[in-house]
Design a protein around this ligand. Structure first.
Ligand SMILES: [Zn+2]
Length: 67
């Protein structure tokens, strides 16, 4: 089946996507690993989703307050 999806910005067909690891932030706190999918031609982000494979980070010591 031919790929029909087009990038909304540059109009090229999305045959490949750049996948990047992001961190989902809730109320300023890193909560979850996420993945973004971006056009390889113009880097427009096409979508972001939770990384289902990632395990939650182990509970670490609270980070020292930034000074
Ligand atoms: Zn594009």
């Amino acid at each position: 089946m031919a790929i029909q999806g087009e990038c909304p910005k540059c109009g090229k067909r999305v045959l490949h996507v750049n996948i990047e690891n992001l961190v989902g932030v809730v109320d300023g706190t890193s909560k979850a690993r996420c993945l973004s999918f971006s056009c390889i031609h113009c880097n427009t982000v096409l979508g972001v989703q939770m990384d289902q494979r990632a395990k939650p980070r182990p509970r670490a010591r609270p980070e020292p307050p930034a000074t």
